[in-house]
Design a protein around this ligand. Structure first.
Ligand SMILES: *Cc1c(COP(=O)(O)O)cnc(C)c1O
Length: 465
């Protein structure tokens, strides 16, 4: 076997990648023609590529590297755990210390009534667990008809058949026969794009009341649960109006519908609290976790389950689980990540230092001619690109054209920002410093300036009629 290393020329690595590696959410033929960017190493908030660029990672990988790159403590813990016990399952009436310790730690950080953890290898797997768990819960309580799960359009809950069905991404549903039966999607509280003439408050309330209408339409005896991200991440960092979540909570309580908060992005400090549910005042029955749980250093996810749901599920056999549920190396690394978040007061840093600095920088971009609203909570932020701020107009060009151009100019300026159609989003490592935030802001502004000139030259600044 000949070694493939970082020392090979970029073009050679790109050719090998194109020949054998199918990328997720990618038109691989287009990528093969262009050549993938090869990331070679990373430290702090910076990535390095095979061309010698130092890139500021405004996305913390995929919303996950909360403590930043290059923390050797996690590598040391992984090596130690691999030597001691690299793997054992938790199926055969067996357990091990990393799973015990991590479950206990998660329970202590989670809201009081959430004290049990079911581990998975990813957020998608955890949401598959949730889907089966809430239906099983009602069946075990003698109400097997309560099987419908209500979700939202443009939600992201993962990419497996179950979690992709829970999600509300149309391009995903168009492939492979999703969604599976008994999943229903109501509108998202996305005021900028869909609020029309309503105030954000009225719109938020109306969106939440769609849940009540859906329950009444299907019948209370058919609905098992409502699932939502406290703040939609992949959908474009959509921060709901203040009226939204209290009304959702009221409706879930009134009709005894289980509430699943998908905390895969919001969890572990992203919004300035341990969980987005605290920031938004939600009382979920189950929380989905992944991403920031291990800061992405190991693949691990899970479901944090309320005492009430756990009491029912634990009274029988739940025929569900993954080979890597509670994987000892992943669990040990996640535990070390949680230790660092606590010992280094990372949440205080988010609340008092990085969050305010990021908000000031981000809201400052609101004056740019391409930018409509800017939105931010904690360390997740988005902005709307628009040809007309007053009317919140969309561009005449295909949705995503402006966003893609901004993203490309951002990459060209060594900043990773992501676009969701014509929204730009950032979600940097929580440990980012004010100086690094200033640099992020400068590069974002340059990217917007360059995209503006490009769009002007191409006649793309027109509003859709
Ligand atoms: C990323 C994500 C998932 C899926 O997690 P994977 O680890 O990619 O399977 C689920 N829910 C939300 C909110 C996410 O952002």
């Amino acid at each position: 076997m000949s070694a493939i290393t970082n020392h090979l020329p970029t073009a050679e690595l790109q050719a090998l990648d194109a020949a054998h590696h199918m990328h997720p959410f990618t038109t691989n033929d287009d990528l093969a023609a262009k050549g993938a960017r090869i990331i070679t190493r990373a430290n702090g908030v910076y990535l390095h590529d095979s061309e010698g660029n130092e890139i500021l990672d405004g996305m913390a990988g995929l919303w996950c590297v909360n403590i930043g790159y290059g923390r050797e403590e996690l590598a040391d813990v992984a090596a130690r755990q691999m030597k001691e016990l690299p793997y054992y399952n938790t199926f055969f009436m067996t357990t091990h210390v990393p799973a015990i310790a991590l479950a206990k730690e998660i329970a202590s950080l989670a809201p009081d009534h959430l004290n049990q953890v079911f581990f998975a290898g990813s957020g998608s797997e955890a949401n598959d667990t949730n889907l089966r768990m809430v239906r099983t819960y009602w069946a075990m309580k003698g109400k097997p008809t309560k099987s419908i799960i209500i979700s939202r359009k443009n939600a992201y809950h993962g990419s497996s058949v179950g979690s992709g069905s829970l999600g509300g991404m149309t391009p995903m549903h168009e492939q492979g026969g999703l969604p599976i039966p008994d999943i229903m999607h109501i509108n998202q509280p996305h005021w900028w794009a869909e609020g029309g003439d309503a105030t954000p408050e009225d719109f938020g309330l109306a969106c939440a009341q769609e849940l009540e209408a859906a329950i009444l339409q299907m019948g209370e005896d058919r609905v098992a649960a409502f699932i939502a991200e406290p703040i939609q991440g992949a959908g474009g960092v959509i921060i709901p109006p203040n009226t939204y979540w209290p009304e959702i909570q009221r409706i879930c309580d009134k009709y005894e519908i289980l509430l699943i908060a998908d905390e895969v992005i919001c969890g572990f400090g992203r919004t300035g609290n341990w969980f987005g549910s605290e920031t938004l005042g939600i009382r979920p029955d189950i929380m989905t976790i992944a991403k920031g749980l291990s800061s992405g250093y190991q693949p691990i996810g899970g479901s944090i389950v309320s005492d009430e749901v756990a009491a029912v599920i634990n009274s029988g056999e739940f025929n569900h689980g993954y080979t890597y549920s509670g994987h000892p190396v992943a669990a040990a690394v996640a535990l070390e990540n949680l230790r660092i978040l606590q010992d280094e007061n990372v949440l205080d840093h988010v609340r008092n230092v990085a969050g305010p600095a990021l908000a000031e920088m981000w809201n400052g971009l609101g004056g740019h001619p391409l930018v409509g609203e800017t939105k931010i909570i904690g360390m997740m932020a988005s902005l709307a690109l628009t040809p007309n701020k007053e009317t919140r107009a969309k561009f005449a060009a295909d949705a995503g054209t402006a966003g893609f151009m901004c993203r490309e100019r951002s990459f060209a300026n060594n900043l990773i920002m992501r676009h969701v159609y014509d929204r730009l989003v950032i979600s940097p490592p929580l440990v980012i410093t004010p100086e690094e935030i200033t640099l992020l802001g400068q590069r974002a502004r340059t990217a917007l300036d360059e995209a503006y000139v490009q769009m002007k030259d191409l006649g793309l600044l027109k509003a859709a009629s």
